[in-house]
Design a protein around this ligand. Structure first.
Ligand code: FAD
Length: 473
């Protein structure tokens, strides 16, 4: 199947959906593509009809609204389609339930969201350990608790969200362990005041935890997760201002699950594959595409929106989607004079973005956090590589993520470096003192997502393959 449009939007989360709706309102033909079964992205993922009927909370209602508006906009939504390759100009190549599909268009908005940042603490590969962001999906879309007695650990605002959801769903939070000290939260009060409504929501989560008497350990981190076939207990201890474990004031907490995460990283594999320039912006989660005021990247016609343009959160995402759509319309000379719309949306976006970026910065591990990773901890799960193996390669001269990939296969597995890349970069920085820009990004190559080989090759008979004539000696 194939099709051609004025605009293709990759991702039907809040950013991509808002971009598509705005572009349709300006008269553009638009296709949206997403690997999820319906629009909504991570934050407004569609719950089961039963859950929606019995527990229609505000995020679930917002999700329903977003799906209804997108359906009414006239944008063509290809759900259940996984984009595994793209070519300049643009062809977006995907695999769906009915086989391969290619969409073509001169403009592409990439609204691919974010991925979790992991620090590989000993025991993080045990069953029962789940990413903090992943836990939001369990709780919000499926109403399932991660465990009966859960330690929630890492950094950033998802700690409060996940712990309060567990308490609200009747689970027990054995401890909330936040690597950032309380002073780091207080230092960001000014930026949080840009969105008092969002600040009040966070305060509500904290109050619920205090009411449930959840022990909150600030300036602390998990030292190790223990268990034979699953999580049985967790040892925690203090960290210094640079998140290095310090002192021997450890305590061990019994638990059957751990929700662990250190903020989010913008998903940049598509913009990297298409050759856009990137900058390293720690307060936006790390590497982000370099963009102009309309969120167009250095590749003409390639725009970004939402967390993939820098982690600024769910409230900023739709506004950036609308800005990118206005940028596409201007590029095509459609929609008339858009200046006043751009100014209004840009001002609202900057307010929300200020709050979101402050939250993102709070979650960002400082360089000392590399000391949380013990020598025996598995860093690259796909290839089974420990810190000791990667440290040995670094001692032998590996200075970039590409060097580590070439020498150890770190990042060469199914995750394509999405899970291990940042931890590996932390290890290089810790050993060499190199700055993050010099260490580089994981390379982006198709397939961006695992796809069956038959989907690429199509059906063929080995006997019919043309065999080249032997080369003359
Ligand atoms: C797992 C997870 C859970 C989160 N939970 C929350 C939460 O509960 N509350 C909160 O405030 N924030 C949460 N966040 C942060 C939140 O996702 C964002 O702030 C907000 O959703 C950003 O919107 P977006 O449209 O930029 O991205 P997203 O909502 O992430 O949407 C991106 C979409 O792109 C699609 N996509 C990406 N790559 C491909 C591909 N190759 N092929 C096809 N489709 C693709 C994805 O399926 C997804 O639907 C979460 C983040 C993650 C990673």
């Amino acid at each position: 199947m194939s099709g051609a449009y004025d605009l293709i939007v990759l991702g039907a989360g809040p950013a991509g959906a808002a971009a598509a709706i705005k572009a349709r309102s300006l008269g553009l033909s638009v296709a949206v593509i997403d690997e999820a079964p319906s629009a909504g992205g991570q934050v407004y993922r569609a719950p089961s009809p039963a859950l929606m009927a019995t527990q229609p909370d505000s995020d679930r209602r917002k999700g329903e609204e977003l799906r209804a508006k997108l359906a009414a906009s006239g944008a063509v939504l290809h759900a259940n389609h996984r984009v595994w390759s793209l070519t300049p100009g643009f062809s977006v190549i995907a695999i769906g339930p009915d086989g391969p599909m290619t969409l073509k268009g001169p403009n592409l908005i990439v609204a691919a969201g974010a991925v979790e940042r992991h620090i590989p603490i000993s025991g993080w590969t045990l069953p029962g350990v789940i990413g903090l962001a992943g836990a939001t999906i369990l709780l919000k879309a499926h109403d399932v608790l991660p465990g009966r007695r859960v330690v929630v650990a890492g950094s950033g605002p998802l700690l409060l969200l996940v712990a309060s959801k567990i308490v609200a769903a009747g689970g027990e939070v054995a401890a909330l362990v936040d690597a950032a000290p309380r002073s780091a939260w207080l230092a960001r009060l000014g930026s949080m005041l840009a969105r008092p409504d969002l600040m009040a929501r966070g305060a509500g989560w904290l109050l619920a935890l205090l009411k449930a008497r959840v022990p909150i350990h600030s300036g602390a981190a998990i030292r190790a997760i223990h268990g034979a076939d699953g999580v049985e207990s967790v040892t925690i201890g203090p960290v210094d201002g640079d998140w290095r474990p310090v002192g021997d004031a450890e305590r061990t907490i019994t638990a059957d699950a751990v929700c662990l995460g250190f903020g989010l990283l913008p998903s940049t594999e598509v913009t990297r594959l298409l050759g856009a320039e990137h900058r390293h912006e720690p307060e936006l989660g790390g590497w982000v595409p370099a963009v102009d005021a309309s969120l167009q990247t250095s590749v003409p016609g390639l725009f970004v929106a939402g967390d993939g343009a820098g982690v600024r959160g769910a409230d900023a995402a739709p506004l950036s989607g609308e800005l990118a759509a206005l940028g596409v319309a201007s590029r095509l000379g459609r929609g008339g004079d858009l200046a006043s719309q751009v100014a209004r949306i840009d001002s609202a976006w900057r307010k929300s973005a200020r709050f979101g970026a402050a939250m993102s910065a709070l979650a960002m591990p400082p360089p000392g956090a590399a000391a949380m990773i013990e020598a025996g901890a598995t860093v690259c799960r796909c290839e089974g590589l420990t810190r000791a193996t990667l440290d040995a390669a670094i001692a032998a001269g590996a200075r970039t993520l590409a060097d580590l990939k070439a020498t150890t296969r770190c990042g060469m597995g199914l995750c394509g470096g999405r899970v291990c890349g940042e931890a590996a970069a932390m290890l290089i920085a810790a050993a060499t003192g190199s700055d993050r820009v010099a260490i580089g990004q994981p390379s982006a190559r198709p397939p961006l997502r695992p796809v069956p080989l038959a989907a690429i090759t199509g059906a063929f008979d080995y006997d019919e393959l043309p065999i080249p004539a032997p080369a003359p000696l």
